[in-house]
Design a protein around this ligand. Structure first.
Ligand code: G
Ligand code: G
Ligand code: NA
Ligand code: MN
Length: 258
């Protein structure tokens, strides 16, 4: 109850909450392709409270809807600033933002996204929303309609933690999405056996067949990265490349090399 109260306060005051940005690289070139926005809470007395603690609190209280809007706005503002610093002619960076199930069932959600895009002046195609399999499959038909509306705005959509939920293959090919994010449990198991590598290979084949690109998360070693490169994985994310970074540190990568 205390944490819920404090989280409400942090959101209302705009202090103590901030966003970390983890680089996502293009596997072939190793160049920076985009970032994932990850929420952080620096509690005035208790210090850093991990999202694994405060997101579930926000979920159970519904606070995650306004928290989600806050992150989306913050991430949009940030990518708009960074894009301004890019060399003319260089490919735009994308910004991935996590969505909670509650945001998906908010009837105002599409309107909120439209408004944030307008207000921050970002190109919709720079924004990629990450949804979990369970969030989408829970109410598949309803979700598909919403995903179509979101995509009609020009933003990109990605299924997060792919392989851990209960994606029905009969729905997967109907989903209006752009990419699959291979869950890090598969990535970290790859070095252990041919069987584990086969699982990742099959996820990639499936993604390609359905016209989605693939992001592998949780890449922690150069061995992981090499195996994924050999499978022609499009994008990679993980401690091997970079940790989630404070905005100032992430910003230093925008103009230069990773
Ligand atoms: O950043 P970290 O690995 O500690 O995140 C832990 C969990 O919190 C992850 O599952 C991540 O998706 C989730 N998370 C982080 N930021 C956000 C956010 O802005 N919105 C939502 N819904 N989840 C987030
Ligand atoms: O659930 P989601 O996929 O959004 O989780 C993102 C979380 O994964 C972030 O909290 C981030 O801190 C964490 N993360 C990012 N890279 C790595 C990594 O290489 N290894 C591990 N174990 N976690 C990572
Ligand atoms: Na994510
Ligand atoms: Mn994930």
């Amino acid at each position: 109850v205390r944490l819920e109260h404090d989280l409400r306060g942090a959101l209302a005051s705009g202090s103590d909450l901030w966003v970390a940005y983890q680089p996502i690289v293009e596997m072939v070139t190793g160049g920076l392709a985009g970032f994932e926005a990850l929420m952080r809470w620096n509690h005035p007395e208790r210090g850093n409270i991990p999202p694994g603690i405060f997101i579930p609190i926000a979920e159970s209280t519904g606070l995650v809807v306004s928290l989600g809007t806050w992150v989306l706005r913050e991430a949009c503002r940030q990518i708009a600033k960074w894009q301004d610093r890019r060399e003319p002619g260089s490919a735009p960076l994308f910004m991935s933002v996590n969505l909670s199930t509650h945001q998906l069932s908010d009837p105002n959600f599409v309107q909120v996204v439209r408004e944030v895009l307008r207000e921050t002046g970002v190109e919709p195609s720079w924004i990629k929303l990450e949804l979990t399999e369970s969030a989408v499959m829970d109410k598949a038909e309803q979700s598909i309609r919403l995903l179509r509306d979101l995509r009609a705005l020009g933003i990109k959509l990605s299924i997060d933690d792919f392989g851990t939920g209960y994606s029905s293959l009969s729905y997967l090919h109907k989903l209006p999405i752009d990419s699959l994010k291979v869950d890090r449990s598969f990535v970290s198991a790859m070095h252990q056996s041919e069987e584990n590598r086969a699982i990742v290979r099959i996820i990639m084949d499936l993604a390609r067949l359905l016209g989605f690109d693939v992001i592998a998360e949780g890449i922690e070693t150069s061995a992981d990265a090499n195996l994924l490169r050999a499978l022609a994985c499009d994008y990679g994310q993980g401690y091997h490349f970079a940790r989630p970074l404070p905005p100032a540190d992430a910003g230093k990568l925008v103009g230069g090399e990773l």
